[in-house]
Design a protein. Structure first.
Length: 71
């Protein structure tokens, strides 16, 4: 019986990613403190958001107006 790593990753990708992110965040919190770890998590989230918008070729003017325009 062969063990198929690709199938394991495909079926459990979210759980594996969650465990890795939890481990990294926990390590940061223990090593640097909770607030510094939260700051790093926040900057990673902002970086992901900006990167996703770049990948999607978002019009930055429209995005700016939607986020900060008059309601």
């Amino acid at each position: 019986m062969e063990f198929n790593w690709q199938e394991l990753l495909k079926q459990h990708w979210g759980k594996i990613l969650g465990v890795i992110l939890g481990l990294v965040f926990g390590w940061f919190a223990i090593t640097y403190g909770l607030f510094k770890a939260l700051f790093v998590a926040l900057t990673i989230g902002i970086g992901y958001f900006v990167g996703k918008k770049v990948d999607d070729q978002t019009d930055w003017g429209k995005l700016w107006d939607r986020l900060f325009g008059n309601k």
